[in-house]
Design a protein around this ligand. Structure first.
Ligand code: MG
Length: 190
């Protein structure tokens, strides 16, 4: 019998946020842990960063359609790899998180790229230095039966995008202060 269940393809931003949050929680990721990476990254450049603005940024990014598609696909690829559902060499390549496999990073760069080159640079930092939850996911992914090949990059990319959004908010605040005194830029490298 044909599948008569109506298909739902488009979701509101609120729905996408809720589904993303549920998916991430199910895969062991709390939003606070993503916001924490964002906080650690931006508080290096400014004393004005609050955990609230980091969390707000994470939530906003989780409601974007592009991000929704990335998270949903990434989480499913990892799950299917855990269940050994892929055929051919790609099953072991994904499951073993082969170092030279880079499509997970491509997806991460794509998400971080929503916030431009700075977003991608911030993603590079998180990817290489494996902050907080990204390191925990990466380590847990080495255990038997667990695959985090795509999840660690997606989580790092959400943190990078949120971090860049926070930087933009702080820059906007700075631009509004008409003091005539040259202020620091949070993009300055110390
Ligand atoms: Mg990865």
């Amino acid at each position: 019998m044909a599948d008569t269940k109506p298909k739902k393809l488009v979701f509101t931003r609120q729905e996408m946020f809720e589904i993303n949050k549920k998916t991430l929680n199910k895969r062991g990721v709390q939003l606070e842990a993503i916001a924490e990476i964002c906080y650690q990254q931006q508080s290096k450049y400014s004393d004005d960063v609050s955990r609230d603005v980091c969390m707000e940024s994470v939530e906003k990014i989780l409601s974007l359609r592009d991000v929704f598609h990335h998270i949903q696909l990434a989480a499913e690829i990892d799950r299917l790899a855990e269940e050994k559902m892929f055929q051919g060499p790609i099953q072991d390549i994904i499951y073993e998180d082969l170092g030279m496999f880079g499509i997970d990073e491509t997806m991460g760069l794509d998400v971080a790229g929503l916030y431009g080159t700075i977003g991608q640079t911030n993603f590079g930092d998180i990817d290489v230095n494996k902050h907080g939850i990204v390191k925990r996911l990466n380590d847990a992914g080495k255990e038997d039966g667990i695959c985090h090949t795509f999840l660690d990059d997606i989580v790092g990319a959400i943190a990078a995008a949120a971090s860049t959004r926070v930087a933009q908010i702080l820059n906007e605040d700075l631009a509004h202060e008409d003091t005539g005194v040259k202020r620091f830029s949070i993009f300055d490298i110390k």
